[in-house]
Design a protein around this ligand. Structure first.
Ligand SMILES: Cc1cc2nc3c(=O)[nH]c(=O)nc-3n(C[C@H](O)[C@H](O)[C@H](O)COP(=O)(O)OP(=O)(O)OC[C@H]3O[C@@H](n4cnc5c(N)ncnc54)[C@H](O)[C@@H]3O)c2cc1C
Length: 455
């Protein structure tokens, strides 16, 4: 049997990523590891990230979390999908629900039967065959032992961190408070040996998990892993976040409302509402964005609005030497499809599957990062399919670039001559170009997309 050489795990950062990693590693591999988490209350966390997708339930189940306890502790509400408002035209609403549409048979996909029915003059809307969609539209929810609905949660990011911290500490994770002043590297191969705190204390480890947020203190500032910029697909770079008092019962979906240079989120929790405005500061100034957000939110403001700048993209290497990056230090797909916490969960699960107990803490093969890479690309694709020209510009001009999805006013549209007829863009409901669909690269005649287009 191989001797265990990787035992001391040090997690740098205690945001959602840090405490998710700590709780999962301690719960699943606890007796085999000695885990320490370092965080600084003075630096704090990004403080957003409150909408999830259904994989959060699978992850909670893996950790043996009781749903009722989790919901109480995080002031969570149920989420059946995302309502995209004003994206096609002012007044449009499309709910991307978590449900399956219809029931396929061994003979063929459901959409064939539905299209046949439509051709014969009946069949209703495609959405009539999706329980989650109908429940979301009716603002209804049901759960139970055999509950039929597929759902996720809206949760308070701060309370979620505290909840995970309590779990992790109960499972033996040690916490060190303070600022990391420097990183000590091995003189031979450059791998990380210790985090040196402001106090002078050195926190030594065999494997380090970088959860320091956008800073990427270990993966980038120390190991220079590099960053792949995705702003040509996801052209936003700023967000303003603010919390308000609830003015109505919580709706079972996130609202993503388009505006002329981005979009606005509204996430209902039990005790308050999370609001934010996502935009590109090349197309809207911070002052304009603030005025827009303040003009549109409802209810008393509970904290002053916070400005967050980001760069969409992904770290070129998320495992470099003995450092694994999770959360914002590994990259950021903008929050439209609420996939960041999901990507943290995928990343930590992958790390547990491939944990290098017996050998070097360096990445063992390219397979190590293959799954997260696929998940990252999928997340980016689904967001970029929705991020289309600001609705005002599209609706008024009637034309937009089918390749880069930019209206003529956007800089990257100037060097692209493709234009898609509006009818095609509206039918596709995604950024399908005249050559194929960016969701799946299928051609216009692909049956895989026929339901979506026909709808
Ligand atoms: C505008 C916006 C909206 C978002 N919305 C969603 C959403 O709806 N759904 C979703 O899934 N995700 C969302 N996200 C992403 C989500 O917020 C993050 O994935 C999640 O919060 C994880 O952040 P993190 O733990 O990686 O980083 P952070 O929360 O920034 O934590 C970093 C940690 O590192 C510590 N640290 C940093 N430097 C040092 C140092 N020198 N010494 C000691 N400690 C240090 C900090 O103290 C902190 O504990 C959103 C992100 C943004 C920007």
């Amino acid at each position: 049997m191989t001797q265990q050489t990787i035992r001391k795990v040090v997690i740098a950062g205690g945001g959602t990523a840090g405490w998710t990693a700590a709780a999962a590693l301690a719960r699943q591999l606890g007796p085999l590891l000695d885990i320490t988490l370092v965080e600084s209350e003075d630096i704090g966390t990004v403080g957003v990230g409150e909408s999830t997708i259904p994989t959060a339930r699978t992850f909670n189940a893996l950790l043996g979390i009781d749903e009722a306890e989790f919901m109480r502790a995080t002031q969570a509400t149920f989420k059946l999908g995302i309502a995209f408002e004003n994206w096609g035209e002012i007044g449009d609403r499309y709910i991307h629900s978590f449900g399956q549409v219809g029931k396929s048979t061994w003979m063929g996909g459901f959409h064939h039967f539905w299209m046949q029915a439509k051709a014969q003059g009946f069949g209703g809307d495609l959405g009539d065959y999706c329980l989650e969609l109908k429940a979301a539209e009716g603002e209804r929810f049901f759960t139970g032992e055999n509950g039929p609905l597929n759902y996720a949660y809206h949760l308070d990011a701060g309370l979620y961190g505290q909840f995970l911290r309590r779990m992790a500490e109960a499972d033996g994770v040690k916490r060190v408070e303070g600022k990391i002043a420097s990183v000590r590297q091995s003189g031979t191969d450059g791998s990380v040996e210790a985090l040196v705190m402001d106090s002078g204390q050195a926190v030594e480890g065999d494997l380090f998990i970088d959860c320091t947020g956008f800073r990427g203190l270990l993966i980038e500032q120390t190991l220079k892993a590099g960053y792949e910029d995705w702003d040509h697909w996801l052209p936003t770079n700023s967000a303003l976040a603010v919390q308000t008092r609830s003015t109505e019962p919580a709706k079972p979906y996130t609202r993503a409302i388009a505006h002329r240079a981005g979009w606005r989120w509204k996430i209902p929790l039990q005790h308050r509402v999370g609001n934010g405005l996502v935009y590109c500061n090349e197309h809207m100034s911070d002052d304009e964005a603030l005025a827009l957000l303040q003009g549109e939110i409802e209810g008393e403001t509970l904290i002053p609005p916070r400005l967050i700048r980001y760069r969409t993209g992904r770290r070129r290497k998320t495992w470099e030497k003995n450092v694994v990056a999770l959360g914002l230090s590994s990259g950021f797909v903008e929050p439209l499809e609420s996939t960041s916490i999901h990507l943290i969960m995928v990343g930590v699960t992958r790390l547990m599957q491939l944990f290098p107990f017996g050998g070097s803490a360096r990445p063992r093969s390219t397979a190590t990062t293959a799954l997260p890479t696929t998940s990252w690309r999928r997340s980016a694709t689904s967001s970029s399919c929705t991020i289309r020209p600001p609705n005002g510009a599209t609706a008024r001009s009637g034309t937009a670039c089918a390749r880069c999805r930019s209206p003529t006013a956007w800089p990257n549209a100037s060097n692209c001559s493709e234009r898609a007829p509006r009818s095609i863009r509206r039918r596709a409901n995604c950024s399908r170009s005249t050559h194929g669909c960016r969701c799946c690269w299928a051609s216009a005649s692909s049956p895989r997309h026929s339901t979506r287009w026909a709808a």
